[in-house]
Design a binder for this molecule. Structure first.
Ligand code: UT7
Length: 325
C-alpha cells in the first residue's frame, strides 16, 4: 500500500486589514482587551466581491506550483468551508473550473475549523487505497462575510484566508497516524443559520442576519483545550512517537489562550508551536494550512521533519494527525 505525503503547500491572504484600532471605531472594545483575551492584533478582510472560491483558487494554484505539478495532475479536490459561495454547486467544483483541474473529482465538506486536518485524513485514505494519486486539500473561508459587526464578542475574532496542500502517493513516510472525532451534543455552541426556522437562535443575533456566527465562547474554549491536547496525544501514540520526535505542532488558531493552555497540557515548550493569530485572527479551517505554509516557506520546518496538525471547531469536531514532511 502506498503512503501519502504533503508535496506542496500554498496560501492566500487578502490585502485589506482591520486592525484593533478599526475594531475600536465600530464596537465598544479596545486594543488592550482584544490583545489580552485573544492575542489578535489584525485580521485580513476579503473585498466585497471576493468570495471563498476566489481565495481558494489562489491558494490551490500556489500549492500545485509548489508541488511541481500542473492542475491537470490533480485527481481529487476536497474543499473545507463554512462560507460557501453557493449551497450548490460546491466551491470545489467552481475552483476546479477556475484552476483547470479538468481531471479531478471535486467536492466540499464541513467539519468547521477542523476541516483542513479532516481533509488531509480523507486524502490519506483515498491515496492509501490506491484510488487517487494526487489530492488537493483546500480550506477557505470568508468569515468576515458571516460576521456580525455589531457583536463585539465575535467580530474581533474573525478574518479571511485560504490554505491548500497537494498530497501524493509515495513510498516515503508521510501521514503517519490520525485521530478525529465529534461531539454533536455541543452543536449549539457555534452556529450559523441556514434553512431551519429557528427564531430563538435568530433573536440572539444583534444584526438580525441569520448567517452570522454566534458562539458560546467560554464553553468552546474549555472543549478546545482538552480536545486538542488529547487528540494530538492519541495521534502521537498511534504513530509510536513522543513530542521529543516532533519539530512543530501546528494548532488551530482561535485564541492564543487556548493554544497556551493546550501547550501546557501537552507538556511542550512554546518553541515547538507556531502562532499566527496575532496577524490573521481566526480564519476557520485555513488557520492550519496558512501556518503550515508559513513554517515551510520561512524554513522553520523542512523535509524529513515530523509535525502535528491539530484542530477543533464547530460541530463540535476535532482532528489531529502526525506527518513526516
Ligand atoms: O474557531 C473555533 C471557534 N472559536 C473559538 O474557539 C473561540 C473560543 N472562545 C474564545 O476565544 C473566548 O471565549 C472569547 C475571546 C470569545 C471571549 O473571551 P472570554 O475570556 O471567554 O470572555 P467572556 O466572553 O467571558 O467575556 C468577558 C467580558 C464580558 O464582560 P462582563 O460580563 O465581564 O462585564 C464581555 O461582555 O468581556 C466582555 N467582552 C468584551 N469587552 C471588550 C466581550 N467581548 C469584548 C470585546 N471587547 N470585544
Amino acid at each position: 500500500m502506498a503512503n501519502s505525503k504533503i508535496i506542496g503547500v500554498g496560501s492566500y491572504l487578502p490585502e485589506k486589514v482591520y486592525d484593533n484600532a478599526y475594531m475600536e471605531s465600530i464596537v465598544d472594545t479596545n486594543d488592550e482587551w482584544i490583545t489580552r483575551r485573544t492575542g489578535i492584533k489584525e485580521r485580513r478582510v476579503s473585498e466585497a466581491d471576493e468570495y471563498t472560491t476566489d481565495i481558494a483558487a489562489k491558494a490551490a494554484e500556489a500549492a500545485i506550483k509548489d508541488a511541481g505539478l500542473t492542475a491537470e495532475d490533480i485527481d481529487l479536490i476536497l474543499l473545507a468551508t463554512v462560507t460557501p459561495d453557493y449551497f450548490t454547486p460546491s466551491c470545489a467544483c467552481v475552483v476546479q473550473d477556475k484552476i483547470g483541474a479538468v481531471n479531478a473529482m471535486a467536492m466540499d465538506y464541513n467539519a468547521a475549523c477542523s476541516g483542513f486536518v479532516v481533509g488531509v485524513i480523507m486524502a490519506d485514505q483515498f491515496i492509501k487505497t490506491g484510488a487517487y494519486k494526487n489530492v488537493l486539500v483546500i480550506a477557505a473561508d470568508v468569515l468576515t462575510k458571516a460576521t456580525d459587526y455589531k457583536d463585539r464578542a465575535t467580530c474581533v475574532l474573525f478574518g479571511d484566508a485560504a490554505g491548500a496542500a497537494v498530497m501524493s502517493a509515495t513510498d516515503e513516510p508521510g501521514v503517519m497516524s490520525f485521530d478525529m472525532g465529534a461531539d454533536g451534543s455541543g452543536h449549539a455552541m457555534i452556529t450559523s443559520l441556514a434553512f431551519k426556522d429557528d427564531s430563538e437562535e435568530l433573536e440572539k443575533r444583534i444584526s438580525g442576519r441569520k448567517e452570522t456566527i454566534l458562539m458560546s465562547g467560554q464553553a468552546v474554549m474549555k472543549f478546545a483545550v482538552k480536545a486538542m491536547a488529547d487528540s494530538s496525544q492519541r495521534a502521537l501514540d498511534k504513530a509510536g512517537l513522543t513530542y521529543d520526535d516532533i519539530a512543530l505542532v501546528i494548532p488551530h488558531q482561535a485564541n492564543y489562550r487556548i493554544v497556551e493552555s493546550a501547550v501546557k497540557r501537552m507538556g511542550i515548550t512554546d518553541d515547538k508551536v507556531i502562532l499566527t493569530i496575532e496577524k490573521y485572527g481566526n480564519t476557520s479551517a485555513s488557520c492550519i494550512p496558512v501556518a503550515l505554509d508559513e513554517a515551510v516557506k520561512t524554513g522553520r520546518i523542512k523535509k524529513g521533519d515530523k509535525i502535528i496538525l491539530v484542530g477543533f471547531g464547530g460541530g463540535l469536531t476535532y482532528a489531529a494527525c502526525a506527518i513526516q514532511l
